[in-house]
Design a protein around this ligand. Structure first.
Ligand code: FES
Length: 123
């Protein structure tokens, strides 16, 4: 199974209420990520709340038997979406999920919140 980007589609950044509120910041970022991920082999899915609300917008990068990462503090921009997808592609290409720092897209630096080791043993 390939790497999947889990995107919180209920995230709202500070000041969201001052816009037209037609959609959340998370929905806007999700649309951009889904478009950027097309044809890359990386999967996407939306969830409502990753419990990082104060650091909106939030995503997670996961794959079975690999290190998983939570990232936050993104603005819903094309630059952020493309960087998240590029990082997820590198995660997919890595045997362990660990992407060397030199390969990190610039726009994901400073956005890592947590790294979770894969579960081991029988379930
Ligand atoms: S609403 Fe996005 S993490 Fe809670």
């Amino acid at each position: 199974m390939t790497t999947c980007i889990t995107i919180c589609d209920t995230c709202k950044r500070a000041g969201w209420e001052e816009g037209d509120m037609a959609r959340t910041d998370g929905e806007a970022l999700a649309e951009l990520i889904e478009a950027a991920a097309e044809g890359t082999g990386v999967g996407t899915r939306r969830v409502s709340c990753l419990m990082g609300c104060k650091r909106a917008c939030n995503v997670a990068v996961q794959a079975p038997e690999k290190l998983a990462y939570a990232l936050g503090g993104f603005e819903p921009t094309r630059e952020a979406a493309e960087a998240i997808v590029a990082y997820a592609v590198a995660h997919a290409e890595s045997g362990t999920g660990q992407v060397p720092f030199r390969a990190w897209p610039e726009a994901v630096k400073g956005h890592f919140v947590a790294r979770l080791p894969p579960l081991e043993g029988e379930s």
